[in-house]
Design a protein around this ligand. Sequence first.
Ligand code: PAF
Length: 282
Amino acid sequence: MKIIEKVDELRSAVAAARNDEKTIGLVPTMGALHGGHRSLVERARRENDVVVVSVFLNPTQFNNKEDLRTYPRTAQADAAMLEECGVDIAFMPTVEEIYPEPDTRVFDLGPVAQVMEGAMRPGHFNGVCQIVSKLFEMSQPTRAYFGEKDFQQIAVIRAMAHQLGFKLDIVQCPCVREADGLAKSSRNVRLTPEVRRVAPNIYGTLRASLDFARHHSVEQTHDWVVATINAWPEMEVEYFSIVDGTTLQPVASWDDTSYIVGCITVYCGDVREIDNITYKQV
Ligand code: PAF
């Protein structure tokens, strides 16, 4: 595995691969790699000739500076995991390398980017689009891999790729969970033991709501999920939105559309956990 820190070096490496008509799979990450990332990398490995994994803690997508400050940084362990997965290129640039000058681009991606995380974390998706568009441009991937845990992020990246005319497949990969159901996340290491014990009830409640939803309205299901999770003193729901899985706009009835997803964020102590569940997909 090559560890590349310079953009020009990455460009030369992918140009050579492209010249040889090789397919390139890109897995963008912010490091602190876990089993969820591993599954993305393994899939990219199976489906492409060349696998590029970027490890870059992108400051422009953090609307909360404390979250950026406390985000786990594990570069050595990340490189070891990528090597073990048979990655060809680990792209590990500095902030100055990616942003030699401030990125002032403003993306307008319409309604998919305005609800949920877009409303709660102003500027977050703009920062995600800044870095992901740069990574697409620098690494010219045939396919790019993203985890379904960040359900809205995938929709926003699809909209950005479409708007900017990137020709690549955006591959949506299933959320990977701990044995007790908690979605794997780099931020999980920041949960206190007490909070870690109750956090699996986020997914437990979402799963139980599938049954509840069979006999109740969208509004009743929404209220039941929020009340059930909030009954644990260690957790507080920030939002739970039941939305059309494509447009991400709220639905009022189970008959509104053929694809319905519930997206949730919950404060577990001071760690913000995100998860989702599919109610309907036909
Ligand atoms: O999902 C993430 O880890 C980040 O938002 C991404 C896509 C790597 C961009 O920094």
